[in-house]
Design a protein around this ligand. Structure first.
Ligand code: BES
Ligand code: MN
Ligand code: ZN
Length: 479
């Protein structure tokens, strides 16, 4: 997809479609120019109530007279005073999603927003125009060949394009079905991305994982025909200082294992590698943006399956750290994978560790499908991430980590067990388990079980993978 910025006039722009924005407070900027060229039609449509200025609404005018575009899309921008990253994302994404109904050569966008909001608008447009229909011959979403942003903020546009296209990578990997996206094909994609972006990559195969005594991760992988992988990716950054470690859960399919999931819960479990995909996408964006901060990305890739060689309830696994883990539920597999990956992350001597995982249904029960849960051993790190998420227009919320939860994961036969007592506080007991493997290093756990994958489409983006938290991570790393 080609994306350019231009400072041409919206009325004379010769494109298949032109997008302008109408705010609650009345027309201004490009929308006003277009309205005047069209003899005040837009004002009349608003006055009559036909054209809504609500964010996410779009109104189409075919072969408009007075302007050069063949189709005019007026998208609702809500209140201009409340315009922020989240609102702009919704309005720009909705316009792009609306325009994806058929093939178009060129689309012009005149959104008249600040530099900061231009970044958000560009990544939203890129993502609004692409769907989860990867394997459909007849695509539901037909992405325009060329997008022309009418804006003076050229650098913000470039930034937004890198972020937006990195989100597309995350969404593609998560949306790919679990028969096609396995630990080995994920690895191929990671190697290709790293080579393109100047990132160093180390691949641990099954043999190496055994040599490294990753018994916890290997326990989960043991039921699958597809061997596991662990990837270590290093982006050097522009400054000699300790790296931020990004750790991702990469369960390419979670059947639940012997503690098998019911059909409904299993159907979308291709999304269980969203954490790993987000680490990959974030590294890509960081490298192409040339961020100062060095980053080391680590992902554990396994498939949680059932067979004669699958791990059992009552098994005791020995993690790489030496900690022994009694298995009470094979569906609590993400924490077992992360236990070993976090241990490898510590060896990289990072400044801090941030892990991303579709870890618990309990987090979705607590916060709903749109908000990621934050759990930490370092309040300041969490605070820094919360403000980055705020700037990125993404929703996060802290969950408790009180010491008394530790009792719940103690075991009679091993050092710890892999679930709490009963299901209450399940997001926290999972995080408490992870905490045992970070050895007091500043660490933030982000449970993305809710926001990583959308069951229903949104006005600004198709259903399926969302690339949640990538923009927040880039904001965090860029500061
Ligand atoms: N991958 C799931 C969590 C999940 C649920 C992700 C819904 C996305 C949407 C995870 O491996 C899991 O199965 N967790 C169990 C833990 C339980 C057995 C302690 C859960 O949440 O039920
Ligand atoms: Mn599971
Ligand atoms: Zn899982």
């Amino acid at each position: 997809m080609k994306l350019t910025t231009s400072t041409a006039s919206p009325t004379g722009l010769n494109v298949d479609a032109l997008v302008v924005v109408a705010h609650d407070q009345g027309l201004s900027g490009s929308a006003k120019q277009v309205d005047q060229a069209m003899g005040g039609l837009l004002e009349r449509l608003i006055a009559s109530g036909e054209l809504s200025t609500k964010t996410g609404k779009t109104f189409s005018i075919y072969s408009p007279t007075g302007i050069s575009a063949k189709l005019l899309i007026v998208c609702g921008g809500g209140s201009i005073a409340e315009l922020n990253v989240m609102e702009v994302t919704r309005m720009a994404g909705a316009a792009a999603k609306r325009l994806a109904d058929r093939s178009r050569q060129s689309v012009g966008l005149a959104l008249d927003v600040s530099a900061e909001l231009t970044t958000a608008a560009v990544s939203a447009v890129i993502n609004g125009g692409v769907g989860q229909d990867l394997l459909r011959a007849e695509k539901n979403f037909k992405t325009a060949d060329e997008w022309i942003f009418l804006t003076p903020h050229d650098a913000s546009g470039k930034h937004g394009q890198i972020v937006g296209e990195s989100m597309l990578l995350v969404r593609e990997l998560v949306n790919l079905p679990p028969n096609l996206l396995t630990p080995s094909t994920f690895t191929e994609r990671a190697v290709a991305m790293c080579n393109q972006c100047g990132i160093e990559i180390e691949v641990w195969d099954e043999l190496r994982l055994r040599k490294e005594r990753c018994g916890s991760l290997l326990g989960v992988a043991s039921g699958s025909q597809t061997p596991p992988r662990l990837l270590i990716m290093r982006y050097a950054g522009k400054q000699a200082k300790p790296a931020v470690a990004l750790v991702g859960k990469g369960v390419t399919f979670d059947s639940g294992g012997l503690s098998i999931k019911p059909t409904d819960g299993m159907l979308t479990m291709k999304c269980d590698m969203a954490g790993a995909a987000t680490v990959l996408g974030t590294l890509r964006a960081a490298a192409l943006l040339g961020l100062e901060q060095p980053i080391v990305g680590l992902v554990g890739l396994v498939e949680n399956m059932i067979s004669g060689s699958a791990f059992r309830l009552g098994d005791v696994l020995t993690a790489r750290s030496g900690t022994t883990i009694e298995i009470h539920n094979t569906d609590a597999e993400g924490r077992l994978v992360l236990a070993d990956v976090l241990n490898v992350a510590l060896e990289q001597q990072p400044e801090c560790i941030i892990d991303l995982a579709t870890l618990t249904g309990a987090c979705v029960v607590a916060l709903g499908v749109d908000i990621a849960g934050l759990m930490t051993n370092d309040a300041q790190l969490q605070q820094r991430f919360q403000s980055a998420a705020e700037r990125a227009g993404e929703l996060v919320w802290p969950l408790p980590m009180h010491r008394f939860f530790d009792d719940q994961i103690s075991s009679q036969v091993a050092d710890i067990k892999n679930v709490g007592d009963g299901r209450w506080g399940g997001a926290t007991t999972a995080a408490k388990f992870l905490e045992r493997f970070v050895d007091k290093k500043p660490w933030l756990h982000i449970d993305i079980a809710g926001p990583a994958f959308a069951d229903k489409p949104k006005p600004h983006q198709d259903a399926g993978a969302t690339a949640a938290m990538l923009r927040s991570l880039i904001e965090f790393l860029d500061n």
